[in-house]
Design a binder for this molecule. Structure first.
Ligand SMILES: [Zn+2]
Length: 86
């Protein structure tokens, strides 16, 4: 979590804004890892970064899907866009 705030001024409202990241495990699957070659469980995690104003999340800035191997802890990003049909 990162927070930024402006310098307080006399009689003015101080906007406090920043970003908050949350992650949710979507599913777990077992297959052979590309990095270590072990047949191990992989966690697919959705990470969402949101813009916050006064500690209230307003809208998402970015969304990424990350695959993590439980044997070697290697991670790889999944594509967020579907391929276009030809
Ligand atoms: Zn691995």
């Amino acid at each position: 979590m990162a927070w930024l705030c402006s310098r307080p001024r006399k009689g003015r409202l101080v906007p406090i804004w920043g970003f908050r990241a949350t992650s949710v495990v979507l599913t777990t699957a077992v297959y052979v890892c590309d990095r270590c070659g072990t047949n191990a469980a992989h966690r697919l995690t959705k990470r969402v970064r949101r813009f916050t104003l006064f500690f209230v999340p307003l809208f998402s800035v970015s969304t990424t899907y990350v695959d993590t191997c439980t044997a070697c802890a290697g991670t790889s990003k999944w594509p967020t866009r579907r391929p276009r049909p030809r």
